[in-house]
Design a protein. Structure first.
Length: 216
């Protein structure tokens, strides 16, 4: 069973890397999408929760609706379709977010409405190939999961280092690295996380290749 799994990963690594949005091809780590909300407002678990909910409500519905409309328009118009779709969907998202979080939305400021034009949301229009609805749904969900994973990792690290708390619960007395709450600190931490993440991906691919060579 283990040998079959190793052989499967080795034979399909390129395809799996293209389709995966969580580990092998995370949109933040590998493609540099969604950087602004992660390195600027996401400095606590609470702000990460607000942003994650916004992306969850916005990304997949926008992608599905834009895919449906995109079946009937030319490729040159898809950028307009995605942008307008994201804007319309965000109207509903804004009301939902207001009812869920209230004044806590102030913790992310303008970066919540800016999700409408975030490449994480609208980048799909660059691909000239039309997409099936089922594929659009799957990729939308996986992209959301991949983004939220990095978002919460970064937010937790920044909160612990800058405030000594995690989700508002005291972990340390006093900050370990106050700079972590600032955008510059966010960029530095993200660079460290990305380097470790990419090293883990490369190690995984290398281990798969070595495992295949050892198979009888």
């Amino acid at each position: 069973m283990k040998d079959d799994r190793v052989r499967y990963f080795a034979e399909n690594m390129d395809r799996l890397s293209r389709r995966d949005r969580v580990f092998l091809n995370n949109p933040v780590i590998m493609q540099g999408l969604g950087l602004a909300p992660i390195v600027i407002p996401a400095n606590s678990v609470m702000s990460a929760a607000v942003l994650a909910m916004g992306v969850l409500l916005l990304l997949t519905p926008t992608r599905i609706i834009a895919t449906l409309i995109g079946q009937h328009v030319g490729f040159k118009m898809r950028a307009v379709v995605y942008a307008l779709t994201a804007g319309v969907v965000f109207i509903a998202v804004a009301y939902i977010m207001e009812s869920l979080f209230g004044t806590q939305l102030l913790s992310v400021g303008i970066y919540l409405p800016l999700l409408v034009m975030e490449p994480l949301i609208v980048k799909r229009f660059e691909n000239p190939q039309k997409e099936r609805i089922v594929t659009s749904f799957k990729k939308g969900i996986l992209t959301t999961i991949g983004f939220c994973l990095v978002l919460f990792i970064m937010a937790a690290l920044r909160e612990v280092l800058a405030l000594g708390t995690l989700g508002g619960i005291e972990i340390f007395r006093g900050p370990l690295l106050p700079m972590a709450s600032m955008p510059a600190g966010g960029f530095i931490l993200l660079g460290v996380v990305a380097a470790i993440w990419r090293a883990a991906v490369n190690a995984f691919k290398k281990n798969v290749s070595l495992g295949v060579k050892k198979l009888p």
